[in-house]
Design a protein around this ligand. Structure first.
Ligand code: ATP
Length: 250
């Protein structure tokens, strides 16, 4: 059964449609991918699922800016959470690791991780911290380093570690490979696979470049101009001629 479902979702920024009638499901314990070019709507989709769109909408309203309209529904563990605040969704295990990491640059690695675990019990935080250092041993050596002084790959490790500290049931990763070297891409893909397999975490990952991520996912969706134009399991997508042409250059 899908732990997370998006039904007939439409998102408008003023009169421009950013998400166009998207239907999507994430199976428990599986890795689901969302792929699309720049501006395809990946971040808007994840903001809507995480509830952050409600905060953005409120801020826009307060400063008399553009109107953001969300239609359709987001279901989590069978319940309609479309109007639920982001913080409540996070408390219930729907955790977003945002695009471009958004770590706290002036806080140390350890402080960043502790902030992530602010709502966890002491026991959970201790256990998860150990696990984060097992998955990303590099972070252990860097724990006193300020976030802003880490490399892009290390920052991404920290962003994922911080998200894990929030005790997710569904971890959403918005373009985790953005701007990373092929070697670092490989390390992160392997880490995501390990986390999924070892603790059975459900993952929803968005990426612009499908090539490194397609082998990782169980099921995926291709977004174009806000619409899901294609879906299938990893093999089906990799074998699809349009996907091959767009992402594999053949
Ligand atoms: P990228 O890879 O560049 O992050 P994306 O696939 O995540 O792209 P979105 O950022 O969701 O795409 O953008 C989808 C569309 O909505 C784009 O046309 C974008 O310009 C528009 N958009 C996104 N955020 C806003 C906003 N706050 N206000 C107005 N338009 C927005």
């Amino acid at each position: 059964m899908a732990v997370l479902e998006v039904k007939d979702l439409m998102v408008f920024y003023e009169n421009a449609v950013a998400i166009n009638n998207v239907n999507l499901g994430c199976e428990r314990g599986k890795i689901t991918g969302v792929f699309g070019a720049n501006s395809a709507g990946k971040s808007t989709l994840l903001s809507t699922i995480s509830g952050i769109i409600l905060d953005i909408k409120r801020k826009e309203q307060m400063r008399g800016g553009q109107r953001i309209v969300v239609l359709g529904s987001v279901l989590y563990e069978g319940e309609d959470i479309t109007s639920l605040e982001a913080s409540f969704r996070a408390r219930r295990g729907l955790v977003l690791c945002p695009e471009r990491r958004r770590i706290f640059p002036e806080s140390t690695v350890m402080e960043n991780l502790r902030i992530g675990g602010i709502l966890a019990t002491r026991e959970q935080a201790k256990k998860t911290l150990e696990y984060v250092f097992t998955i990303f041993p590099a972070l252990k050596n860097l724990r006193k380093r300020e976030g802003g002084f880490l490399s892009g790959g290390e920052q991404q490790m920290l962003a994922i570690g911080r998200a894990l500290m929030a005790q997710p049931k569904v971890l959403m990763l918005d373009e985790p490979l953005l701007g990373l070297s092929p070697l670092m891409e490989e390390i992160l893909i392997e880490a995501i696979r390990t986390i999924n397999q070892e603790i059975g975490l459900t993952v929803l990952v968005s990426e612009q470049y499908a090539r490194p991520v397609l082998p990782l996912i169980d099921y995926g969706y291709i977004l174009e101009n806000g619409a899901a134009v294609l879906e299938g399991d990893s093999r089906e997508l990799m074998d699809n001629p349009d996907v091959k042409a767009a992402y594999f250059g053949v």
